[in-house]
Design a protein around this ligand. Structure first.
Ligand SMILES: Cc1ncc(COP(=O)(O)OP(=O)(O)O)c(N)n1
Ligand SMILES: Cc1nc(C(=O)O)sc1CCOP(=O)(O)O
Ligand SMILES: [Mg+2]
Length: 213
């Protein structure tokens, strides 16, 4: 996929989180978000057994594939391979991206979290397809994060890389435009969609913002 095709695919990026679902099922929230216009889904499971993770990944893959919405698996190359995911997302403590690249089919894209300018500089010589700018704002959804980049930090990242940038952390409809204007290609969100009273409407509102600039 070209940079620009991948950037479009990552535009409104749902990251799942069982804890944030307010009693709804993951499948129901994901499908509502898809109806509202999310362009990409990351399955992020920290508590499941491998067997249950694979089963969940296969179930989501069967729903998303006919809709041509890419499924990204967080952290786990084996799960991504098992469900023929379109992408994986790896962070600074996950499997090294060079090793992941050697294990994955070439068409599977790799996202990589960048927490410092040094990470961004290093990304130029790594086999990564997009960068997760981690975090843009502090968020209660994930607290083991590095110092937030803020909008100025995001602008500085934008200035030194041509890779697609996915902003994550504390993003919602009230700051989405600022984040896009600071240079993000895509917005990744957990709570603004998963914990919304109406996830379909939340995604639709965000999609309208994404399409408007
Ligand atoms: C799009 C996106 N960006 C960043 C992350 C965070 O990845 P990581 O730092 O590996 O942390 P965990 O999500 O694994 O807790 C992400 N998942 N997605
Ligand atoms: C999964 C994840 N990764 C982050 C990072 O900074 O790398 S922040 C985060 C959670 C984002 O949740 P919310 O949209 O509710 O703020
Ligand atoms: Mg990770």
């Amino acid at each position: 996929m070209t940079h620009s095709a991948l950037a479009s695919a990552l535009r409104l990026y749902l990251v799942t989180d069982q804890v944030s679902l307010l009693g709804h099922t993951l499948t129901d929230v994901m499908m509502a978000a898809v109806q509202g216009g999310v362009t990409c889904v990351q399955l992020r499971e920290k508590q499941l057994t491998t067997r249950d993770f694979v089963a969940q990944a296969m179930a989501l893959s069967a729903l998303l594939r006919p809709l041509h919405i890419p499924l990204v698996i967080n952290d786990r190359i084996d799960v991504a391979l098992a469900c023929n995911a379109q992408g994986v997302h790896l962070g600074q403590s996950d499997m090294p991206v060079e090793l992941a690249r050697s294990l994955l089919p070439p068409e599977v894209f790799i996202g990589w979290s960048v927490e410092t300018m040094d990470d961004v500089t290093r990304s130029a010589s790594l086999p990564v397809d997009y960068l997760g700018v981690s975090p843009v704002f502090a968020t209660p959804t994930k607290t083991d994060t590095h110092t937030p980049w803020g909008l100025d930090g995001l602008r500085r990242v934008r200035a030194i890389t041509a890779l697609p940038l996915v902003a994550i952390g504390g993003i919602h409809s009230g700051n989405a435009l600022d984040v896009l204007r600071a240079g993000a290609d895509g917005l990744a969100m957990v709570s603004a969609i998963c914990s919304a009273p109406d996830p379909r409407l939340a995604a639709q509102t965000l999609r309208t913002l994404c399409d408007g600039i």
